[in-house]
Design a protein around this ligand. Structure first.
Ligand SMILES: Nc1ncnc2c1ncn2[C@@H]1O[C@H](COP(=O)(O)OP(=O)(O)OP(=O)(O)O)[C@@H](O)[C@H]1O
Ligand SMILES: Nc1nc2c(ncn2[C@@H]2O[C@H](COP(=O)(O)O)[C@@H](O)[C@H]2O)c(=O)[nH]1
Length: 243
């Protein structure tokens, strides 16, 4: 296995995070999956408006921004409902927020070639099925994928051709506060997510990986930046509705 360039990050961990051995980094990030080649996907380019990928560390504000977008442009954007093996949080709805499945169910569908991408994140499996994207595109909506950085790398190997946006926190300390205030994580999963966040922020520096990086400090400012980069696609989709 190739040694990831972010390996040095393990040495930066603080005392309370030394519970994560350096080897943990090898489990936090998987190299792109070679089986996810364009021929393994449908001809996405022919499927309507250009999709959007929202990525960035857990707690950076992707869902918050996405909810605003889906509310303000109800019929323009559609959310790609991922599969995950993690437990639902209070208020999360199966089939709307995620398809909550067992590891066995998900692996079976992956083996059957039903996923565009999938990854292991913080001890759980996550993935985008072809059906999730097709369901949105069938409505002629702009399909938005909320995926981690491994998903970004795997999607880059397909012909989906989305706009890639990374949503990032102003600092790791602020990210930690937001995640703690969200009250969705145990101490263990919070620390895993913070470790993954450091990896994510480091890998996101790769030139050309993202079309836009949004620093989500002031929410309204971040939202304006998001809308601005999507304006052309929004207009095109609105126009196509008139004809
Ligand atoms: N600009 C902001 N200022 C302050 N708090 C924010 C801001 N943006 C989001 N938050 C809060 O931070 C927390 C994390 O946001 P959110 O759940 O949207 O992150 P996320 O990137 O979708 O995380 P995950 O990947 O784990 O789903 C939420 O409680 C949200 O209300
Ligand atoms: N590679 C993928 N990553 C995904 C997908 N769906 C969500 N995610 C990412 O997982 C983490 C954690 O999400 P949470 O809901 O448990 O907080 C976050 O970074 C998401 O972007 C997916 O289908 N593929």
């Amino acid at each position: 296995m190739k040694t990831p360039s972010f390996f040095f990050l393990a040495e930066e961990t603080t005392a309370e995070r030394t519970v994560w051995p350096q080897a943990a980094f090898f489990h936090l990030y998987q190299e792109p999956n070679p089986s996810l080649l364009p021929q393994n996907t449908l001809s996405w380019a022919m499927q309507g408006p250009r999709p959007v990928v929202l990525s960035g560390p857990s707690g950076a504000g992707k869902s918050t921004l996405l909810k605003k977008l889906l509310k303000d442009y109800e019929n323009i954007f559609g959310f790609s409902v991922s599969h995950t093996t993690r437990q639902p949080r209070p208020g999360e709805v199966n089939g709307k927020d995620y398809h909550f499945v067992t590891r066995e169910e998900m692996q079976k569908e992956i083996d059957a070639g039903e996923f565009i991408e999938h990854a292991e994140f913080s001890g759980n499996m996550y993935g985008t099925s072809k059906g999730a994207v097709q369901a949105v595109q069938a409505q002629n909506q702009i399909c938005v994928l909320d995926i981690d950085i491994q998903g970004v790398k795997n999607i880059k190997r397909t012909d989906l051709n989305p706009i890639y946006i990374s949503v990032q926190p102003p600092s790791i300390d602020i990210l930690e506060k937001r995640l703690r205030d969200r009250k969705t994580e145990t101490e263990e999963s919070l620390l895993k997510r913070l470790t993954a966040a450091r990896v994510d922020l480091e890998l996101s520096k790769e030139p050309g990986l993202f079309d836009l990086v949004i620093i989500n400090d002031d929410l309204e400012k971040a939202y304006s930046e998001l809308k601005e980069v999507l304006l052309e696609e929004i207009k095109k989709t609105q126009e196509s509705r008139k004809s």
